[in-house]
Design a protein around this ligand. Structure first.
Ligand code: MN
Length: 273
């Protein structure tokens, strides 16, 4: 199943070849603030979506007619692992490695959707880089999660670009500009991703392939990311973990188009402004 947001916070899902607007069937108030409707749905997903596409207020829609928005707008947290591929560490000449350095946070407000532009801040002389990553969406509350149980806490996956200003300021600041975390285009539920440890992820800038790597080469793999994070912080439904980027990072400029595609998960193209 694919779960998405569109048209001002409406909620939809795709099952097989059919897509539905389930907003009214769920009784979701799209005007409620803060916009945690998707987090609430993930927290109680099985119960709230049982038989939902046959609900009288569910409406079949065509994906071509809607404008997708960021699927999770207001998570409890957005965690990210640094230098989690050996070759990326080498290209950055960095001695950091995710297995030694753990995770960092990006501001939740940096999240943006599959049709939102990446807006570059005015920082003359500074390089702003793309990082192609897999976004892991947590489905259940958990603390001190074991490696054996870890994948059972995953709700689904999405494409995620961890945008960053290169430089020496605190990493959290350099990665937290608005629109610096394109996320989407939807959440593909974990049951539709047969082997998350074997996903090819690719990123193009203006049709030039810049990044092309497989999650099998992660230093800290997906279960271990959940183990490590949950030793520190309670994980909540809707939390997002960014896996870290492979080699091939590089600068983007205004006018570029950035495309990310991950096997079994999805694909999206973003304008840079
Ligand atoms: Mn990153």
């Amino acid at each position: 199943m694919k779960l998405f947001r569109f048209s001002g916070g409406r909620i939809g899902l795709t099952e097989g070849s059919r897509s539905y607007d389930i907003t009214d069937a769920l009784g979701v108030d799209t005007t409620a603030w803060p916009p945690v409707q998707m987090v609430q749905l993930i927290a109680d997903f099985a119960r709230r979506t049982a038989g939902i596409t046959r609900h009288p207020k569910a409406r079949e829609i065509s994906m071509g007619d809607i404008r997708l928005e960021v699927p999770i707008e207001w998570p409890n947290k957005l965690l990210a692992y640094p230098v989690n591929y050996v070759k990326h560490g080498e290209e950055m000449k960095s001695s950091n490695r995710a297995d030694r350095n753990g995770f960092f946070l990006k501001a939740n407000s940096s999240l943006s959707g599959p049709n939102d532009p990446i807006v570059l801040p005015e920082l003359p002389g500074r390089e702003i880089h793309h990082e192609c990553e897999l976004g892991i969406v947590i489905g259940k509350k958990g603390k001190n999660i074991s490696r054996t149980d870890a994948l059972g806490f995953v709700f689904g996956y999405a494409c995620l670009i961890d945008m960053v200003v290169r430089g020496t300021e605190e990493r959290v600041m350099r990665k937290s500009y608005d629109t610096f975390c394109p996320f989407g285009p939807w959440i593909t539920t974990a049951d539709e991703v047969p082997d998350p440890s074997n996903l090819q992820a690719r990123l193009w800038v203006n049709d030039e392939l810049r990044q092309n790597a497989n999650t099998r080469d992660l230093i800290v793999d997906i279960p271990e990311m959940i183990v490590t994070a949950s030793r520190v912080a309670t994980l909540y439904p809707g939390d997002i973990i960014a896996t870290g980027t492979p080699e091939g990072v590089g600068p983007v400029q205004r006018g570029d188009r950035v495309r990310i595609a991950i096997d079994s998960v999805g694909e999206m193209t973003l304008d840079v402004r």
